[in-house]
Write a protein that binds this ligand. Sequence first.
Ligand SMILES: NC(=O)c1ccc[n+]([C@@H]2O[C@H](COP(=O)([O-])OP(=O)(O)OC[C@H]3O[C@@H](n4cnc5c(N)ncnc54)[C@H](OP(=O)(O)O)[C@@H]3O)[C@@H](O)[C@H]2O)c1
Length: 147
Amino acid sequence: MSKILIVGGSSGIGLATAQLFAERKHKVTIASRNAAGLDHPGFCKVNLDFTDKAAIKTFFEVYSDFDYVIVTATTPLAMGSFLSINLTDAKKSFDRFWGMVNVARYAAEHPKNLKAITLISGAAADKRGAFVTYLATGSTPRLECIG
Ligand SMILES: NC(=O)c1ccc[n+]([C@@H]2O[C@H](COP(=O)([O-])OP(=O)(O)OC[C@H]3O[C@@H](n4cnc5c(N)ncnc54)[C@H](OP(=O)(O)O)[C@@H]3O)[C@@H](O)[C@H]2O)c1
C-alpha cells in the first residue's frame, strides 16, 4: 500500500486517478481549495491552494510521508490571438506553473518515502505551429522543466 497525494483530486482527472488508486487499496489524500468539492468518500482530504507557497511549505513540513505526489490542479489559461489577450489574465495563467513548482519544491524537500512527483499538463504545454498564438504556451511544465 502506498500513500498518495493528489493536488487537484476533487474533480476531473485528479478524482478519477484518486478513485483508481483507492480501488487498488492505496491510501489516497485529495487536496484542493474548496471544502465542498472534497466531499468524496474513501479519501483523506485537505484544503490546499497550490499557489500559496507558505501553505504548501507548511503542509509538507507536517505531512512528509507520501510515496507519490501527483498534481492535476489547474488555473485558467488566457488563450487567443496575441493582441486580444488581456495581459493581467495572461500573467495569472502562469499561476499553474508556480503552483506546480511549489508542490514539487516542498515535496522534494522531504524525500522520506517519496518515489515520484507527477505533474499533469495540458494543451498549453504543447509546441504549436508558427501561426498559432497560445500566449500561455509553457505555463504548464513538463517534468523535464523541473529538474
Ligand atoms: N480534461 C481534459 O480532457 C484534459 C486533457 C488533457 C490534459 N488536461 C489537463 O489536466 C489537468 C486537470 O484537468 P481536469 O479536467 O481534471 O481539471 P478540473 O476538473 O477543472 O480539476 C481541477 C482541480 O484542481 C483544483 N484546483 C484548482 N485550482 C487549485 C488551486 N489553486 N490549488 C489547489 N487545487 C486547485 C480544483 O479544485 P478547486 O477548484 O476546489 O481548488 C480541481 O480539483 C489540467 O492541467 C488540464 O489542462 C485535461
